[in-house]
Design a protein around this ligand. Structure first.
Ligand code: HEM
Length: 382
């Protein structure tokens, strides 16, 4: 293992990301008349994820190239030809093979260079440095696939979750106001990290986006019969489930098509499922997870190992830093939105089935980012 969830690593990741976006990324966004939300979020996370795994120099040098290759792999993995036939037999399969080989070469070259010059990254705090420092890089050959899988899994899920949440907030001024108020009353620490334990609303937003933008289908091979929570037995063999269908079940979620983060807030005294109906108790996250009603990060043996990393990066750093220092608007009539389309009529449909992991928008939408004169967290405390 590469110590993905060690608190010091997560701390470094969040702190370094806050620093980078404050100094480099968000000022650049604000200089532009408008930015494409999905494409820009993708660039942001290629940089943040690569930096987290391999360090700043590596991210600067290889970010765009690796992003293109990840796209090839992603397209190959969802393309019916490369799924059904041997990889060499289709164009998408061959592109995928080529991309995976090139990524391996790039990562191998980096590791070889870092092992030759051990001082280079000593203070860097990225995961590769940690691996080298713990003398585990000797067995690096066993970690190569792991790095690639981690980077891929992190990338395909984090950036769409980041972007959809911002879009839904922008379409729901009341929720945006709650998000801003929470950021305003929770200033970052000296390392630029926001106190996520005291920020339940951003947690609820992360979950609500995960509910609506989940996998269409999850496929598993069951080695034994499986007993479901209700006692039903699923016989040994291939098992398909649809987390998205479960998430849209009105018996499990009231008004399921609505993006309503409040359904995931801890229940206030006397409050019900929809915030008003006192007769329906709101289910806790733990209960929903136990009953497989909510599997944003998967469940069981293959559950996500990046959940903590996601909270640190999105909730501890990127979302609050952006909202604290900048105001966001959808840009005029050319914002790319179509009234009534998409989840909760957000204006753009998710490309379920065309992307692996969390879907992205079928088309691009545009936002304007404007620097605040005073950050929300400072204004609140003045
Ligand atoms: C919003 C962010 C994320 C979401 C929604 C998400 C979701 C998921 C889901 C649903 C699974 C289970 C897939 C399945 O059962 O087939 C999974 C697995 C996985 N995730 Fe994540 N993930 C996120 C972020 C990350 C990050 C930041 C990493 C960084 C390392 C990561 C690494 C992995 C890995 C390695 C697996 C495979 C685990 C296994 O097969 O044993 N994920 N993720």
């Amino acid at each position: 293992m590469i110590g993905l969830n060690r608190p010091a690593r997560l701390h470094h990741l969040a702190s370094d990301s806050s620093d980078t976006v404050l100094k480099r990324v968000f000022p650049d966004w604000a200089d532009r008349a408008r930015i494409p939300l999905f494409a820009t979020s993708k660039e942001l996370f290629v940089d943040a994820n690569l930096k987290g795994f391999f360090g700043r120099r590596f991210a600067d040098l290889h970010g765009p190239e690796l992003a293109t290759m990840l796209d090839s792999i992603g397209k190959g993995l969802v393309n019916p030809w490369s799924r059904l036939m041997p990889l060499w037999a289709s164009q998408s399969g061959r592109s995928m093979q080529k991309a995976a080989k090139t990524i391996k070469e790039i990562i191998d070259a980096e590791v070889t260079q870092r092992l030759r010059n051990l001082d280079e990254g000593r203070e860097a705090g990225d995961y590769l440095t940690g691996l080298i420092a713990s003398n585990e890089a000797e067995g690096y050959v066993n970690y190569h696939e792991q790095f690639l899988t981690y980077f891929f899994a992190a990338q395909i899920n984090t950036f769409p979750t980041f972007a959809w949440t911002l879009l839904h907030l922008l379409r729901n001024p009341e929720h945006l106001a709650s998000f801003e108020a929470e950021v305003g009353s929770n200033p970052p620490d000296v390392d630029g990290i926001y106190p996520i334990k005291d920020m339940p609303f951003s947690q609820a937003c992360l979950r609500e986006t995960g509910r609506l933008y989940n996998n269409l289908i999850t496929l598993r091979y069951a080695q034994n019969d499986i007993r479901t929570p209700s006692g039903f037995i699923i016989p040994k063999g291939f098992v398909a489930s649809s987390p998205l269908t479960v998430a849209m079940d009105p018996e499990l979620y009231e008004d399921p098509g609505k993006w309503n983060p409040r359904r995931f807030l801890p229940q206030a005294a006397g409050e019900g499922e929809d915030g008003e109906n006192k007769n329906v108790p709101r289910k806790s996250y733990a209960t929903r997870l136990r009953d497989y009603e909510f599997v944003q990060f998967g469940a069981g043996k293959h559950a996500c190992i990046g959940e903590k990393m996601t909270h640190s990066l999105l909730r501890g750093s990127l979302w609050p830093t952006l909202v604290d220092h900048y105001s966001l608007q959808l840009v005029g009539s050319e914002n790319g939105l179509v009234e009534g389309v998409g989840m909760d009529g957000v204006g753009v449909a998710p490309n379920h089935g065309e992307s692996l992991g969390t879907p992205v928008g079928m088309n691009e939408v545009y936002i304007k980012v404007t620097k605040r004169e005073v950050p929300l967290s400072l204004a609140h405390h003045e």
